[in-house]
Design a protein around this ligand. Structure first.
Ligand code: SF4
Ligand code: FES
Length: 248
């Protein structure tokens, strides 16, 4: 099936998300909370576009809008740009110092906000990606707590969570770098918890928490004797490939 995005004809599979189609066709739609790995959050709404069908138009959230019929899409109408401006202004009142957000504010000519009373260190846009990542891992160690302006992501009662295995999946998906994670020597610190790190058997770099390893072993049903970091895993694969090719 064909749809038209900003006057460009684009081929579409039934049910594909609009954002996905636009990206494949190099049509720019801004996003903040979208992650290809964890799609479906739809919390920032910056990716809104106008869909025209049967001579009427509606505003839809492109990252979660499945295409089921031939439509026409406008990604940057005056109406959409005005709505994006308002959304950006509201977001910047929560997260005043975020690089991608500031770039979008310049792009959409959002006037500078009055910074009085705003926490200049706040980085979280409350997209929920970290919570979803933790759920996908199967740990449920963090969630959004409180309501209104006090809403935030936290461990239960802001205490170190017994379920947290220190894998850092939450921090790796966070689009704004809002989750504090750091490593020093053989330790990793995240969510008010300190984890001992295990070394790669090959390069001896510390890279995985003991809790994460135990969790993986439990899921695999056996214990791995050789513990390889991602870099060494890749090296081992490419070395074996070279050996195979040389021996052909
Ligand atoms: S900490 Fe990051 S990933 Fe989690 S809700 Fe906030 S911005 Fe989103
Ligand atoms: S990117 Fe679609 S709602 Fe955030």
């Amino acid at each position: 099936m064909d749809i038209k995005i900003d006057n460009k004809i684009c081929k579409v599979e039934y049910g594909e998300y609009l954002l996905q189609v636009a990206r494949r066709n190099n049509i720019y739609i801004p996003t903040l909370c979208h992650s290809d790995a964890l799609p479906g959050q739809a919390s920032c709404r910056i990716c809104i576009v106008e869909v025209i069908e049967n001579d009427s138009s509606k505003v839809v959230t492109s990252c979660v809008y499945p295409i089921t019929k031939e439509i026409e899409v406008i990604t940057n109408s005056e109406k959409i740009n005005n709505m994006r401006r308002t959304l950006l202004m509201l977001l910047s009142m929560r997260v005043p110092n975020h690089e991608a957000l500031s770039r979008l504010m310049v792009k959409y000519s959002v006037p500078a906000i009055n910074r009085f009373g705003i926490d200049m260190n706040e980085k979280c846009i409350l997209c929920g990606l970290c919570v979803k990542a933790c759920e996908e891992v199967g740990q449920y160690a963090i969630s959004t707590v409180n309501r209104g302006i006090t809403k935030k992501v936290s461990t239960p009662y802001q205490e170190p969570s017994v379920s947290c295995i220190g894998c850092g999946a939450c921090a790796s998906v966070c689009p704004t770098g809002a989750i504090d994670i750091f490593e020093k020597e053989s330790k990793r610190f995240i969510w008010n918890k300190t984890f001992e790190l295990m070394q790669c058997t090959r390069c001896e770099e510390y890279f995985i928490t003991k809790e994460q390893l135990d969790y993986m072993n439990e899921r695999l049903g056996y214990e791995t004797e050789v513990l390889l970091c991602e870099k060494c895993k890749k090296n081992v694969v490419s070395e074996s490939f070279k050996n195979i090719v040389q021996n052909l």
